[in-house]
Write a protein that binds this ligand. Structure first.
Ligand code: SAH
Length: 219
């Protein structure tokens, strides 16, 4: 696959439209301007890769809509060198956005095939700042905790307890919580060892955060 001026032009238009929709963080917009989203999609979607839409990837999962990626990333307020845990690697696109912003990314995926494909893509694009794991993200990644930021890119019925516990004090967790039809975007800040502050940011629709991990190819 190549990344040519036509792709760059399409990205430029996407960035302008995200800005119109309210994304103001120039670093986030710059990341979207620079990362070739079409690399993370099936070749069949190349012409559509810069529409502000979610698209199917393998295993009945989706790559999030660029607006959603930008919105969640903006809420995280990433600083260079932040240690960031992402639950739901999927295509790997969101991990690439975080790495572009200078984060040290730990990303977890429960589908073996998606995990393997994402690892290949990170190697191909030479993203050194991303470590990928095949595991159940509900448990977080205890051996690497605590994290400055945690991002969940699948819809959770409830807040997984382990994730809050793996935040640094002052750390931020961004997670969509609700039933399958729609979730509220929550930003949870760990104020102290025992206190958490919660802010809500509108409705989104994600594929569900599931339990356990899955090595099968057809589920
Ligand atoms: N961040 C992704 C979005 C992928 S959609 C991207 O940029 O493309 C959400 C992903 O979460 C799916 O790939 C799904 O398999 C994964 N997922 C769902 N439940 C999970 C769990 N418990 N642990 C890890 N990953 C999970």
């Amino acid at each position: 696959m190549e990344d040519n001026n036509r792709h760059k032009g399409m990205r430029n238009r996407l960035v302008k439209s995200l800005n119109t929709k309210g994304i103001r963080d120039t670093k986030v917009l710059d990341a979207i301007q620079n990362i070739p989203r079409h690399f993370f999609l099936d070749k069949a979607f190349e012409e559509h890769a810069y529409e502000d839409k979610a698209f199917p990837i393998d295993q009945q999962q989706t790559i999030s809509q660029p607006y959603t990626v930008a919105f969640q990333t903006e809420l995280l307020n990433i600083n260079k060198r932040d240690k960031v845990l992402e639950i739901g690697t999927g295509s790997g696109y969101q991990s690439a956005v975080l790495a572009f912003l200078g984060a040290r990314v730990y990303t977890v995926e429960r589908h073996k095939l998606l995990y393997e494909n994402a690892v290949k893509m990170f190697q191909k694009l030479n993203f050194m700042g991303i470590r990928a794991f095949f595991a159940d993200g509900n448990k977080g990644l205890g051996e690497f905790a605590p994290f400055d930021k945690i991002l969940v890119t699948a819809g959770a019925k409830q807040l997984p307890f382990a994730l809050k516990e793996q935040l640094k004090i002052g750390g931020v967790l961004v997670i969509p919580v609700g039933d399958e039809s729609s979730q509220t975007m929550l930003r949870i800040t760990r104020v102290s060892q025992t206190e958490f502050k919660e802010d809500a940011f509108g409705k989104f629709r994600f594929v569900p955060l599931l339990k356990g991990k899955n090595s099968l190819l057809d589920i």
